[in-house]
Design a protein around this ligand. Structure first.
Ligand SMILES: Nc1ncnc2c1ncn2[C@@H]1O[C@H](COP(=O)(O)OP(=O)(O)OP(=O)(O)O)[C@@H](O)[C@H]1O
Ligand code: SF4
Ligand SMILES: [Mg+2]
Length: 326
C-alpha cells in the first residue's frame, strides 16, 4: 500500500556564513547549518502524523519542504506518488497544489487586512477556478463558514473584527475552500488561550472525520500532540529520534530524549517508571556534538554514543535501546 505522503532522506542545509568580505579578512570558511538531517516518514491517508520537538529542532523546516515552500538540499517528498521537487513532474504537481494547504500559528499575517473575510475565503475558489458564478461562490463561502463554526454573515467582516480563535477558523475555511485534502499545521494553536486552543483542535479533528483529511501536525506541545496524533515523530537537532504510534509513544517512550520530554510534563509522565530529570540545553546546530547529538544531555551516553550516529532502527535512533541497555 502506498502512503499518502512519503518523505525520504530529507536534508536541508542553510548557509550561515558571514559576508564574503568578512570571511576573507578573518580567514573564515563558509559555514553551514544542518537544520534537517536524513528525515524520513510516511503518512497514511486520513491519519495525523505529528512532529514534536524543542525550538530549533527543524520542525518548521520539514513542514516547509513537505508543502514545497522550501527546496530540500537532498532527499525527496512524494504526495500521492507525485514528487514535490522533480522538475519533470511540474505539471502533475500543479494539479496537486490546491489540495495541499498550510495553516500557520499567526493566521492574521496571511490575510489581507483590507479584504472582507468572504473575499479572503473565496480567493482560492477563484484562483483555482473551482466554482463558476458569483452566487454559487457566495453560497460555498457561507457553507464553509458554517463548517468551521462561524456564521455566513461573518463573510462581511474584516479579519481584525475577529478574535484569534475565530481568525484561525477563517484560515481553516480558506484552506478547505481550495478543496484541500492534506493540511499541514505549523503550531496552528500555539498563540491561542488554552480553552480556545482546545476548540480549534476539536474542530480540526471533527473536520478530519467528516472530510477524510490527512494532517501533518507540528507542535512543541506534547499535550496537544497526544490529543491530535495517530503517529508521532520526535525530532532532536534536525533528526528524527523516535517514530511511533501515539498511543505507544505516550505509554512506552523508548528514546532517552522522548522520555525526558514526557517527564517534563507531569500530567503525561507514565506512572511507575523512574523519572529522568530534564537537563542541559540544545547544542548549537552549527557545531553539533559528534555521534549521537543528544549525548551531552543523555544519562545513558557512552563512548560509542560520542562517536557513532545511531541509525533509526525499528522506530528508535539510540545505541542504548538497540544494545538492550536502556
Ligand atoms: N532561513 C534560515 N537561515 C538560517 N538558518 C535557519 C533558517 N531557517 C531555519 N534555520 C535554522 O534551522 C534550525 C531549525 O529551524 P526550524 O525553524 O525548522 O525549527 P523549529 O523546530 O520549527 O523551531 P520552533 O519550535 O522555534 O519553531 C534552527 O537552528 C534555525 O535557526
Ligand atoms: S545513542 Fe547514546 S547518547 Fe544517544 S540517546 Fe541513545 S544512549 Fe543516549
Ligand atoms: Mg517552527
Amino acid at each position: 500500500m502506498s502512503a499518502y505522503v512519503e518523505v525520504t532522506d530529507l536534508r536541508r542545509l542553510f548557509d550561515v556564513s558571514k559576508p564574503w568580505l568578512n570571511r576573507v579578512i578573518e580567514r573564515e570558511p563558509r559555514r553551514f547549518l544542518t537544520a534537517v538531517d536524513r528525515v524520513g516518514f510516511s503518512i497514511a491517508k486520513g491519519e495525523t502524523f505529528a512532529i514534536v520537538g524543542e525550538s530549533g529542532s527543524g520542525k518548521s523546516t520539514v513542514a516547509r519542504m513537505v508543502v514545497g515552500l522550501l527546496p530540500p538540499s537532498a532527499g525527496e517528498v512524494r504526495i500521492t506518488g507525485i514528487s514535490m521537487t522533480d522538475p519533470r513532474e511540474a505539471a502533475a504537481r500543479r494539479r496537486l497544489r490546491s489540495r495541499i494547504q498550510m495553516i500557520f500559528q499567526d493566521p492574521y499575517a496571511s490575510m489581507n487586512p483590507r479584504w472582507r473575510v468572504g473575499k479572503i475565503i473565496a480567493e482560492p475558489i477563484r484562483a483555482f477556478n473551482l466554482i463558476q458564478g458569483e452566487g454559487a461562490i457566495r453560497a460555498r463561502v457561507g457553507e464553509l463558514l458554517g463548517l468551521v463554526g462561524l456564521h455566513p454573515d461573518d463573510s462581511k467582516k474584516y479579519p481584525h473584527e475577529f478574535s484569534g480563535g475565530q481568525r484561525q477558523r477563517v484560515a481553516i475555511a480558506r484552506a478547505l475552500a481550495s478543496q484541500a485534502e492534506f493540511l499541514v499545521g505549523d503550531e496552528p494553536t500555539s498563540a491561542l488561550d488554552v480553552s480556545v486552543q482546545a476548540q480549534i483542535l476539536n474542530l480540526m479533528r471533527d473536520l478530519q472525520d467528516r472530510l477524510g483529511l490527512t494532517y501533518l501536525f507540528i507542535s512543541h506541545n506534547l499535550a496537544v500532540v497526544r490529543h491530535m496524533a495517530t503517529r508521532v515523530g520526535v525530532m532532536y537537532l534536525g533528526r528524527l529520534v523516535e517514530v511511533a504510534a501515539a498511543r505507544d509513544l505516550f505509554a512506552r517512550p523508548r528514546h532517552p530524549y522522548t522520555r525526558m520530554l514526557l517527564d517534563a510534563v507531569p500530567d503525561l509522565a507514565h506512572v511507575g517508571r523512574a523519572r529522568v530529570p530534564v537537563s542541559g540545553e540544545i547544542p548549537n546546530p552549527i557545531d553539533p556534538p559528534p555521534g549521537c547529538t543528544f549525548n551531552p544531555r543523555c544519562p545513558l551516553a557512552n563512548d560509542r554514543c560520542r562517536a557513532e550516529v545511531p541509525p533509526l532502527l525499528d522506530g528508535v535512533a539510540c545505541h542504548a535501546v538497540q544494545e538492550g541497555r536502556a
